[in-house]
Design a protein around this ligand. Structure first.
Ligand code: BGP
Length: 475
């Protein structure tokens, strides 16, 4: 069996990494806007340093990003030209509810997203909408401390209701939260959490996660009630954890690392807190407050499908090894001596995608969707301005090949594949512009200069052919 005929090929972006225009259309300020580029970013996205407004000393890349806000027609046309069947995008919460708790939505924000959906329709592109891609209104952080408060559930559901009702005729595929497990690694960027001295960070993170899990389940319920055609997925940052060696301690640590990640999906897909999580959280004395009725909600409204980002696998060494460290999508791990690494030090492991697809499918037996994958690299235009990104083609080719093997040889049920950042955008981890993922180059440089002109890279034509042949011709 090859890829299904209606396989959803496309690309994925996040509002805060591409739109810019944060002071336009009545939009309010969000956590993702106040995460600066540069050395302080890490302390801010992890909630160790509080930043709820922009100051003069920092540069805030989300403020202008790649100006998708004014370029969306051109960008979607380019996606159409590549033959995209799906465009994964996210809603900037504060375009719809500038403070997060207004009664009525901001019509200018609604109109902006409707225009995007109409543009997609022109080219036969289906939107796949992430309701919250790391977004949390600063208004709600100031009032409630972000997702640490249960009050967030109602605010989030208010957003869901407006989206599900008003965009019913355009959207059936939804994701409730982007990379929900990132709450553990970048809690401010992921959930608007920051910590006061002496607070138990883990307790707050898991309480906030519980609120998101309940909110996510209620979103599934609401989506189905409003339109039975709706399909809601969860989304997590995947990448299987390999034991550094066959030493049982390494194998155990790797298993625990995977469980830490799967915890969120276990709840969202199976509908209950797994035994290992309950035990560990109880032992640490940080089992979240679970209100009467919550368990029933989690049980009754599991997600319809499971989506994930895959950039790399991880390699886990128990204490007592002499392993070196490697970077990764916000997680560090041990350096796997069998792999090559990207310019940002992330492991490159196409076979790991096949392994991850198999493990996730075995565990949940629900349709899967790869909603992020790609290579962040420095692209240098030649004297004619052309970009030969053969390294990106190599990365994607090998990952798509591994994905096809998981489907064809292992029988994994896969709905689609959206590569990360089809039009260059800013990095979530580092805030850099020079870390590019796109098939289309955006003339914007690290110092903010550039014309914002779009230019096709070699990978543009390569991906176009991949889609045209439903993945048969990988070049
Ligand atoms: C994921 C996010 C994306 C994206 C990607 C690449 O964590 O969902 O928003 O940016 O990783 O990471 P980076 O931008 O740090 O290279």
């Amino acid at each position: 069996m090859s890829l299904r005929k209606d396989f959803l090929w496309g690309g994925a972006s996040a509002a805060n990494q591409c739109e810019g225009g944060i002071f336009e259309g009545g939009r309010g300020l969000a956590n993702v806007d106040v995460c600066p580029a540069g050395p302080d970013r890490s302390d801010i996205i992890t909630g160790r340093r509080k930043m709820l407004a922009m100051d003069k000393e920092h540069i805030y890349p989300a403020a202008t990003a790649v100006d998708f806000y004014h370029h969306f027609q051109e960008d979607i046309r380019l996606m159409g030209e590549m033959g995209f069947k799906v465009y994964r995008m996210s809603i900037a919460w504060t375009r719809i509810f500038p403070n997060g708790d207004e009664e009525e939505p901001n019509e200018a924000g609604m109109a902006f997203y409707e225009a995007i959906f109409q543009e997609c329709r022109k080219y036969g592109i289906q939107p796949l909408v992430t309701i919250s891609h790391f977004d949390c209104p600063v208004g709600l952080i100031e009032k409630f401390g972000g997702w640490r408060s249960r009050k967030m559930i109602d605010c989030y559901l208010r957003l869901c209701k407006v989206l599900f009702t008003r965009f019913q005729e355009y959207v059936v595929y939804w994701l409730n939260f982007n990379e929900i497990n990132m709450i553990l690694h970048a809690p401010f960027m992921g959930a608007g959490l920051y910590f006061e001295l002496g607070e138990d960070e883990d307790a707050i993170k898991y309480q906030a996660a519980h609120h998101e899990l309940v909110a996510g389940a209620l979103a599934v319920k609401m989506a189905h009630e409003i339109n039975p055609e709706n399909k809601v997925g969860c989304m997590f940052a995947a990448g299987s954890a390999y034991p550094y060696s066959c030493r049982p301690e390494d194998v155990w640590e790797a298993l625990v690392t995977d469980q830490e990640n799967y915890f969120f999906v276990d709840v969202q897909a199976r509908g209950y807190y797994p035994a290992y999580a309950r035990k560990r959280l109880e032992r640490r004395g940080i089992l979240p407050a679970i209100e009467p009725g919550d368990e029933e909600i989690l049980k009754s409204y599991p997600v319809d499908f499971i989506s994930f980002s895959y950039y790399n696998s991880r390699c886990i060494a128990a204490p007592g090894n002499d392993s070196e460290e490697a970077e990764g999508n916000l997680f560090k791990s041990a350096r796997n001596p069998y792999l090559k690494f990207s310019e940002w030090g992330w492991p490159i492991d196409p076979m790991g995608l096949r392994i991850t697809l198999n493990q996730v499918y075995d565990r949940y037996q629900k349709p899967l969707f790869i909603v992020e994958n790609g290579l962040g690299a420095i692209d240098t235009p030649d004297e004619k301005g052309e970009i030969d990104d053969g390294y990106r083609i190599d990365y994607l080719r090998e990952h798509i090949r591994a994905m096809k093997e998981a489907v064809e040889k292992d029988g994994v049920d896969l709905i689609g594949y959206t590569s990360w950042g089809p039009i260059d955008l800013i990095s979530a981890g580092s805030g850099e512009m020079k870390k590019r993922y796109g098939f289309v180059y955006v003339d914007k440089q690290e110092d903010g200069s550039g014309t914002l002109a779009r230019r096709k890279k070699r990978s543009f034509y390569w991906y176009q052919r991949v889609i045209e042949t439903n993945g048969e011709d990988l070049g």
